[in-house]
Design a protein around this ligand. Structure first.
Ligand code: NAD
Length: 495
């Protein structure tokens, strides 16, 4: 059994003093042990990042960009190997793992444009003989703390922009699927990134606490569940750090009576059950406007899910893999069994589906007549469970979405341009789809939710990340003509 270790200053470190287990979710077997960092080991990673900072910051922008061009190529060439790692530890099907890699590559492509993105501004002659310009400088050492569900894409959301801006990084991936982060760190170094610029610390709360307290860490990017995101935001801010902490989600897909209901049902099934619902942008609530729409959608979704193939992610026939752990699978199942007692109608009950072996598989569920106040509605389930909430009008649908504590993504399905435009205007959610169920912005835009789906004021990747990972400095300069030199004690005025 392999021991998955840290990657600090280009070297594998860490012993088995404190370890966690890494499962193969398709078989339920423990396949690796992962070292869990002590505070001292985490401090060593921070020290390595701090030591690498002056050299990386001084590296020319063109040379920095070279790393990202090469990294992009390596990610394309090694995507089969990387997808196999994702599938073996996370469980998602290989095609989905490849999709995650391709979305992560968008972030690398964006970062490769760093020469343009780091340009400041200049104003000539703001006063006689005085010019002003602004520069964007790296913040320093950045801590990146990532969740289990996208072990490649989310680390690339953060590391690509942070490193492009001239920072050095300590990445703390999820201890549930830790190998992909190591693969990424080695790929960065193969692409020319100096050792120490990107360090990986394996671990749990102990490592996170050490990162939050380290004075050298100047900024924290976190993605994970809402309670942890909120606590990270508060603690990192209390230690004077810049912080963005993205939390959980409960994404509503509103279907209007004029929508193409077959298209909407296809979209709902894809977005609810893809990756076993373990996506922060998964559709978990179908909001049907009118009972006629609800009845038709429930029938169409039920008909479609009957044909889904659930199996090991490595099997090309599988459309959905297992969940991340047995514990999580059982928690997800408890929401379905509890829904009937709460007064909802379980139309498709995935908890009754049997699977051979000990893998963490669960069938898909569809629950109708769900209302706010039921646990199946209120909690983020993060599994293959789609709830249907019936509303009478567009206004009621908007009210439902806008009063959810989560506000990551949402979508409206309609054929009416006016309705779509009004939805875009009215809805209080960070990412909105119009006939697009999973509106994850392309890499040239930034990603982020509102309310308890994001703590902080900066969205992640894209243009906002270049703001988050840099500090701006404004320089006012004068090159006086020595012949005009004089003493003046008045406050310098530009008029
Ligand atoms: P999680 O919150 O359990 O863990 C996220 C990270 O925090 C991991 O690295 C973990 O080791 C660390 N962590 C866990 N408990 C901690 C604690 N008490 N103190 C400090 N650190 C701790 O999340 P997860 O289960 O790995 O991932 C799933 C969650 O992430 C879901 O809620 C999902 O919606 C969310 N997510 C959100 C987005 C987004 O963009 N908003 C994207 C992906 C995932």
């Amino acid at each position: 059994m392999a021991l998955i270790r840290h990657h600090i200053a280009g070297t594998a470190t860490g012993d088995d003093t404190r370890t966690g287990v890494v499962y193969d979710p398709a078989t339920g077997a423990v396949q690796h042990q992962v070292v869990l960092a002590s505070a001292d080991e985490t401090a060593a990673a921070v020290a390595a990042a701090a030591a690498a900072l002056p050299g990386w910051r001084a590296t020319s922008l063109i040379k920095r960009a070279d790393v990202f061009f090469r990294l992009r190529q390596l990610l394309v060439e090694r995507s089969d190997d990387l997808a196999a790692i994702i599938t073996s530890e996370h469980g998602k099907v290989l095609s989905d793992a490849k999709g995650e890699i391709s979305r992560g590559i968008e972030n690398v492509e964006f970062a490769a444009g760093l020469v343009h993105l780091l340009k400041g501004e200049h104003a000539e002659q703001v006063s006689r003989g005085v010019d002003v310009h602004s520069v964007k400088q790296p913040v320093g050492v950045v801590a990146c703390i990532t969740p289990f569900n996208f072990p490649v894409m989310v680390p690339l959301w953060m590391t690509a922009s942070a490193i492009a801006c001239g920072n050095t990084v300590v990445l703390k991936p999820s201890e549930k699927d830790p190998s992909a982060a190591l693969f990424l760190a080695r790929l960065y170094e193969e692409a020319g990134l100096p050792a120490g610029v990107l360090n990986v610390v394996q671990g749990d709360k102990v490592a996170v606490d050490a990162l939050l307290e380290a004075p050298e860490v100047r900024a924290v990017s976190f993605v994970g569940s809402t309670p942890i995101a909120q606590s990270i935001y508060e603690r990192a801010a209390a230690h004077g750090k810049r912080v963005q902490a993205l939390g959980g989600a409960k994404n509503h897909m509103v279907v209007m009576p004029d929508a193409d209901l077959d298209g909407a049902a296809d979209a709902a099934v894809s977005a609810a059950y893809g990756s076993a619902g373990e996506r922060c942008m998964a559709v978990s609530v179908l909001v049907a406007v009118g009972d006629e729409v609800a009845d038709a959608l429930v029938a169409k979704v039920a008909e479609r899910v009957a044909g889904l193939t659930i199996g090991a992610g490595t099997d090309a026939a599988s459309e959905m893999g297992p969940l991340i752990t047995g514990e999580h699978r059982d928690k997800v199942a408890s929401y379905v069994t509890g829904a009937a007692a709460e007064g909802a109608t379980v139309v498709v009950d995935g908890t009754r589906q049997d699977f051979p072996g000990d893998g963490f598989f669960l069938g898909v569920s569809l629950v109708d007549h769900v209302r706010p106040g039921m646990k199946v509605y209120d909690d983020e389930i993060f599994g293959p469970v789609l709830s249907v909430v019936r509303v009478a009008s567009y206004e009621e649908a908007v009210e439902l979405v806008n009063t959810s504590p989560f506000a990551n993504g949402t979508a409206v399905f309609t054929r009416d341009g006016g309705t779509a435009r009004q939805f875009e205007y009215d809805i209080e959610v960070g990412m909105v789809g119009v006939n697009v169920p999973i509106p994850v912005p392309v890499g040239a835009f930034s990603f982020g939710g509102w309310r308890s789906s994001l703590f902080g004021d900066s969205h992640i990747y894209g243009p906002e990340s270049f703001h988050f990972y840099t500090r701006s400095k404004v320089v006012t300069s004068r090159w006086p003509d020595p012949s005009e030199s004089q003493i003046s004690l008045g406050f310098p005025s530009n008029h």
